[in-house]
Design a protein around this ligand. Structure first.
Ligand code: KG4
Ligand code: ZN
Length: 349
């Protein structure tokens, strides 16, 4: 073992300004996340121009706090990594330019990282969390379900940095569906955690929404489900002021039935894909993998295939996962120059 390698990682792809210091790709020395949820909650979603301005204000204090909490100085760092896409251009630009400035100023290697690869590499961070993988014991191929606000992808990971895309959503991402239906049910933004909370008071069998199985493919579709929820909500009467659902609408039952429909399809196709490709384990990644029903349902259907999910703070957007991915990219020889730019629609494969 050589001396420890420390990466400063920066993530500003959407509405969290985040910085972390990661040692040897595994140990989280610090992980700072400044959320803009309060800012965007008023609009029921992310407001891109405001997100970018909020990143500009937060980026320097967040990076400084990440160094302080990690008890490291600039000279203890060996590389700077940053999310270059996918995400909002104006948000990504703030992180990428901060990273370039630091890399130039401190003469450190610069690495641009794919946000989706980051979500997957959350599994290589050491945590004591229930359900988390032991990174030393992970064997390929791995079946990854990436479910976030912007993405729903089924990916076979054949090795570090080697991916085969099996399928993905044809319309709304799973998290986007949670957020849109949350708004429809009059719940606060973001809709995912709000729906999960309210659904606990509901009976998932009282109502049943359709599932889009898209058989013969590993694809998903959630826009029909959202329309079905809208139709049922309208059936309970006139919308209230601000488009709030009618008073008679049984919000907990609606939330529970919607959550079951999403979880049913995600869990079933994930488990089937894992079996079809003889995956050694299933990795759940992205903000929606924080959902307890999804975790339970994938586990209960997966049989002998182990199912792993990171602790909730590593499921939603953070910079620690970017540092973990960057470690493997660094080992593989990746070094980016000043021409490295944001790619808002960057794909994993
Ligand atoms: O990965 P993430 O933090 O950001 C993106 O890369 O998009 O994912 C955010 C998404 C949001 O749509 C949010 O509603 C959803 O993850 N989410 C959840 C839960 N926690 C966050 N969805 C369902 N259940 C949850 N507990
Ligand atoms: Zn994300």
């Amino acid at each position: 073992m050589g001396p420890a390698m420390r990466i400063l990682a920066i993530e500003t792809s959407c509405d969290e300004t985040a910085a972390a210091v990661i040692e040897d790709g595994r140990r989280i020395l610090s992980n700072v996340v400044a959320s803009q949820i309060d800012l965007h909650a008023r609009y029921g979603g992310v407001f891109p121009e405001m997100a970018s301005r909020a990143h500009i204000e937060a980026i320097v204090p967040v990076i400084r706090e990440a160094l302080v909490k990690a008890h490291v100085g600039w000279r203890d760092l060996h590389a700077v990594a940053v999310t270059r896409g996918p995400g909002l251009a104006g948000s990504l630009l703030v992180g990428v330019n901060a990273a370039k400035g630091i890399a130039l100023g401190r003469d450190l290697p610069l690495l641009g990282i794919n946000h989706l690869e980051g979500h997957i590499y959350a599994h290589w961070l050491e945590t004591e969390s229930e359900g988390a993988a032991d990174p030393d014991a992970l064997e390929f191929p791995l079946l990854c379900l990436i479910v976030s606000g912007g993405h729903t992808e089924l990916v076979l990971m054949q090795d570090h940095g080697r991916y085969q895309r099996l399928g993905g959503t044809r319309d709304d991402a799973a998290g986007e569906a949670f957020d849109k239906v949350g708004r429809l049910l009059g719940l606060p933004y973001p809709g995912g955690p709000a729906i999960e909370r309210v659904a606990q008071k509901g009976d998932p069998a009282r109502l049943r929404f359709p599932r889009a199985w898209l058989e013969g493919s590993w694809d998903f579709s959630f826009s029909g489900l959202k329309t079905a929820v809208l139709r049922v909500v309208r059936g309970y009467g006139e919308a209230g002021p601000d488009g709030r659902p009618p008073r008679q609408a049984p919000i907990p039952h609606l939330a529970a039935a919607f959550q079951e429909a999403v979880v049913d399809v995600l869990a079933e196709k994930t488990v089937q894909a894992a079996a079809a490709y003889q995956a050694k384990a299933i990795l759940l990644a992205g903000g929606v993998s924080a959902n307890r029903r999804l975790r339970e349902e994938v586990k209960s259907r997966a049989g002998d295939i182990p199912v792993y999910y990171p602790p909730i703070f590593l499921c939603t957007d953070n910079a620690a996962m970017i540092g973990a991915a960057a470690y493997y990219r660094f080992q593989a020889g990746q070094r980016d120059g000043w021409e490295m730019d944001v790619v808002p629609n960057l794909r994993l494969v």
